[in-house]
Design a protein around this ligand. Structure first.
Ligand SMILES: Nc1ncnc2c1ncn2[C@@H]1O[C@H](COP(=O)(O)OP(=O)(O)OP(=O)(O)O)[C@@H](O)[C@H]1O
Ligand code: SF4
Ligand SMILES: [Mg+2]
Length: 413
């Protein structure tokens, strides 16, 4: 296995590469920036050949001017999404997941500032003219929002809203668009679509509204769908139905997906690859199967430990990640995770870690101890910051739940 530094990810991590245990490690130059990074001006657009990514994000930074000064909740992140690939973006609240999605759609407005490059189909979304941007949004890339009630217009019928979305991107008559809307509603599993089209959003259940959002998002056959917590507010059964619908539609149309979720079970069931975000950085990227079996970054491991283990003895404390995620205005020095990290060592407090590519770039972890963690030689620190403040004992590390969490049916996998 070759392990080297990288600035951007290749899609799909390779399990076997990690298991093979090649010890070639090269630390690289892609240290995270601590503030807003300047846009890269020299990079050319990615190739648009058959294997070209549908999305190529380079050095994306989102900044806001606040009373505390300029803060950057998303800091210099780079990643790619291949055609048809399903990428999960996971992390605690406030890690920058939604801002990343909004920045990709160019939905962050002044005084927010976005720098970097977002190539979609070879064109940089951040530099498109408004008229071209309107075609890209909803056309090449579409978004499903967490709260459909606030994304749908409460005083317009469901049918009118879908028809409007269809006609923005397709030269269809009103009747043709209406037929297409009915077909889409049927595709997402709504019975009697022609009657349903006359209803208003408040007449639908949460799961039905989420399906309507999916129908609207898929109406222009986007190459990339961004779904920001699409099932968080739904009960587990409805969540599974919505994910099944989403899974089937993107598979039929060959669309790639970025699924933003707090729920590692959902990510495990739906995604090929997972990107773990912490304090505005992507700190680990890997195939879902590998990440759940063998996380490299201590934060990824801690997130996995926090999953409820149904086989645990009654009365067993649920492992939690000590402390709170940092505010963008008060990022710790060095590695932003160091005050909470069981593996923190002295260098972590002062020096930001670089990215270590794994498996020839198929996966990545940003941690000073990534090589040790891969080799299985990293032991928890005797002085891991607030995790064991006041204790002389080295911390014990609870086990990662043995099974990949699975509260979505296999059809959604
Ligand atoms: N307009 C803004 N001005 C300043 N800070 C902001 C602004 N919008 C968001 N932030 C901050 O950016 C950070 C990341 O926000 P974001 O909404 O991306 O988090 P998230 O990972 O999506 O969290 P959640 O899981 O709760 O949805 C948060 O600390 C948030 O307070
Ligand atoms: S070991 Fe150090 S660099 Fe790695 S996550 Fe912990 S604090 Fe960060
Ligand atoms: Mg969010």
């Amino acid at each position: 296995m070759t392990v080297q530094a990288t600035g951007s990810a290749a899609p799909r991590a390779d399990d076997s590469a990690l298991a093979a245990g090649d010890s070639t490690l090269r630390a690289g130059a892609s240290a995270p920036s601590t503030g807003a990074s300047a846009p890269s001006t020299g990079a050319s657009a990615p190739s648009t050949g058959a294997s070209a990514p549908v999305l190529d994000v380079r050095n994306l930074t989102v900044s806001f001017a606040t009373r505390a000064g300029i803060v950057s909740p998303v800091r210099d992140i780079s990643f790619e999404v291949a055609p048809g690939q399903r990428v999960g973006l996971v992390g605690e609240s406030g890690s920058g997941k939604s801002l990343t999605a909004l920045a990709l759609m160019r939905l962050i407005h002044p005084p927010g500032r976005v720098t970097g490059q977002v190539f979609l189909g070879g064109r940089d979304v951040l530099r498109l003219e408004e008229r071209d941007l309107a075609k890209v949004r909803g056309g090449q890339v579409a978004m499903v929002y967490q709260d459909p009630m606030s994304a749908l217009n409460p005083v317009q019928t469901i049918g009118d809203q879908i028809v409007e979305a269809i006609r923005i991107h397709a030269d269809l008559s009103a009747r043709e668009a209406r037929d297409r809307a009915a077909a889409l509603l049927s595709d997402v599993g709504l019975q009697d679509p022609l009657r349903r089209m006359k209803s208003y959003p408040h007449e639908f259940s949460g799961g039905m509204r989420q399906r309507v959002m999916i129908a609207m998002a898929m109406s222009a056959n986007p190459v990339l769908l961004i779904a920001d917590e699409p099932t968080t507010a739904l009960d587990v059964t409805t969540q599974a139905l919505v994910l099944e619908t989403l899974s089937r539609l993107v598979a039929e149309r060959g669309a790639a997906v970025i699924l933003i979720t707090h729920d590692l079970g959902v990510a495990a069931g739906f995604c090929d690859d997972i990107q773990v975000m912490y304090a505005g950085r992507i700190v680990e990227r890997a195939a879902a199967s590998r990440l759940f079996r063998n996380p490299i970054h201590p934060y990824a491991e801690a997130l996995l430990r926090s999953i409820c283990d149904l086989d645990a003895d009654i009365g067993t404390d649920l492992p939690v990640i000590p402390g709170q995620p940092p505010l963008p205005s008060a990022l710790p020095s060095g590695c932003a995770f160091h005050p909470r990290c069981l593996y923190a060592i002295e260098v972590c407090r002062t020096v930001a870690p670089t990215q270590l590519a794994v498996g020839g770039g198929a996966a990545m972890a940003e941690c000073h101890r990534a090589a040790e963690r891969i080799a299985g030689t990293a032991v928890p620190s005797a002085d891991p910051g607030i995790a064991v403040a006041g204790s002389d004992e080295a911390p014990s590390v609870p086990p990662v739940p043995s099974d990949v969490p699975s509260d979505v049916p296999s059809a959604a996998r």
